[in-house]
Design a protein. Sequence first.
Lengths: 293, 293
Amino acid sequence: MVVINSIKEMRQIAAAYKSTGGKIAVVPTMGFLHQGHLSLINKAKEEADFVITSLFVNPRQFAPNEDYDKYPRNMGSDSELAAAAGSDCLFNPNALEMYAIGNTTKVAVEGITAKFEGAKRPGHFDGVATVVAKLFNATLPDIAVFGQKDYQQILVVKRLIEDLNYDIELIVAPTLRQADGLAMSSRNKYLSDTDRQSSSLLFLALEDARKAIAAGMMQRKVINAVMHKRLRQAASIKIDYACAALANSLHEPDIFLPGDDIVLLIAAYLGKTRLIDNALTTIPKGKSPLAAL
Amino acid sequence: MVVINSIKEMRQIAAAYKSTGGKIAVVPTMGFLHQGHLSLINKAKEEADFVITSLFVNPRQFAPNEDYDKYPRNMGSDSELAAAAGSDCLFNPNALEMYAIGNTTKVAVEGITAKFEGAKRPGHFDGVATVVAKLFNATLPDIAVFGQKDYQQILVVKRLIEDLNYDIELIVAPTLRQADGLAMSSRNKYLSDTDRQSSSLLFLALEDARKAIAAGMMQRKVINAVMHKRLRQAASIKIDYACAALANSLHEPDIFLPGDDIVLLIAAYLGKTRLIDNALTTIPKGKSPLAAL
C-alpha cells in the first residue's frame, strides 16, 4: 500500500490510474480506524479496482469547543489495518497543505443541515462538505464509500455530489456494532466503564422505536417519547436529541403516513463523550393513519 | 462542433476525451458572444486539444433586482461564432438541470469577495463560484480560460481552484476593446448612443490613473480622485466605485509602495447599464514613498 501525503502527488496518481480505465473508490475517514472503517474499505474493494483510504482529522468540521486536539490518532496502526483490509493507497494529507494560508473557500449544503447535527454543531457540515469536495478533487473517485452511522452526513454528501455535478457513485455501508448494540466509533474509547455499559441504550432506544413503528405507531412525538424513555434509564445520559424524521428530507410531520421511510436519530452525551446513532425503518402499509389518533 | 445540453453527457464526453490523453480547455461564458469571448476561445485552442465553450446565463449570479431576464441571448449566432473561433464543443445546459429542485449546495469564496463587485452585488460571487465548480465537474478541464475584464472574478476562480484542490491551470486573457477604449461586453448593447459615447470615459479614467502612477503617484485616494475626475466629465455617469487596490489581495493601503502590483477597478452606470473595467499596473521602483507625501 502506497502512502501519499501531498495533494498534488495524490491527484497525479489518481489521474494516472484513471487513465488505465480502472475504477477508483475513496473511503474518507478521520483515522483511528476500527472494524466499522475496515468494513467500508472491504466494501470499496469489492466495488472498485483501486481503493484510496483518506486519513484526515479535518479541523474545519470541529466547532471551537469540540475535541479536535484530543481526537484519537494512530497513524501506525491505521496504516497496517487499512492495508490488511485491502486499501491500495493511504492518503494522509497535511492540515497546513489542506488549508494553506489564504484558503477562504467554503462549500455549504443548506436546508438539510439546519437541524440535528447541523444545529448542535454550528459549522460542522460546512467543514464536512468542504473537505469532501477537496478529497473528491484530490482522489478523482468513481465511487465514495461512507458509513451509515453519520446519517445526516450521508444526505449532505449525496446533495453535494448531485448539486455540484460530480460523477461519483455514493455507497452507504451499514453501521457495525458491538455485541450489545453500541455503534462502533473512534470516540467510544473516551467512555468510562460505567458509561460504556449505559451506551447500549442508544441502540436499545432505536430498537424500541422501530418495534413501536412496526406495531403501528405513527405519531412523531410518541415515537420520540419511546426513545427518550429508554435513554433515561441511565441517569448519566444527557440527550441532545432523539427524533424520528422523514429519511430523505429530515422533515418532521406530526404524523407519519403508511409507506413513509423514517430515520430515527439519536445524539447523547455519556459523561463528556458525545455519541450518535441512527436507524432506518418504514411506516407499515395497510394501516390507517387515523388508527394512530 | 458538437452541442451538448445534458450534464451527464458532457461528463461522459469529457471523460472519454480525457482518457485519450488529450488536453481539455473550458471557456465559461454567459453567451451572446463577442470578439472578447472569441479571443478566449482562440487562446484555449492554442493551449488545449479539445475546447469546450459553455453558454449558461447563470441565474444564481444575478441579484433579484438585476438583469437576468433581459440578459441578451442568441444561441444561433453563438453556436456559429464559437465553432468558427475553434471551439470543439458547445455546452449549453438547461437551468432546470443545473439547479434542479432541491439543489441547496453553495460554493463561497470569502475574504476577497467582501468588497467591490461582491459588496455591490450581494450573492454574485457565491453564484459564480458555485457555477464554476459545477462547470469544472461537468467538463473536467485541464485549463480554464477567463477574461481579465471580470478581474475580481479571476481572483475568485484562482482561489476556488487552489482551495478546493482542482488540478486546473487558469489562463487569464486580456480585455478586448473598441477603438475608443470601451471594453467589450455583452451589456454594451444596452447603451444609448449618448451613453455609448460617454462609455469610453471608463478606459480614459484607467489610463489617467495609470499615467499618474507611472509619474510617481502612490497615494491611493489621490489615484482614486484622478479616476473620479475623468469619469465626472459625463453628467450621466453614476460611479459605483473607482478604486486602486493591491492586485492580489484587493487590500487598500493609504499609500502604495514601489514594486506593488496594483489593480485599478471601475464600476459605473451609464443610464441603467452598469459597466465594469479594470487595468493592472505597478508602482515604479526607485521612487521613495515619502516623495508622494
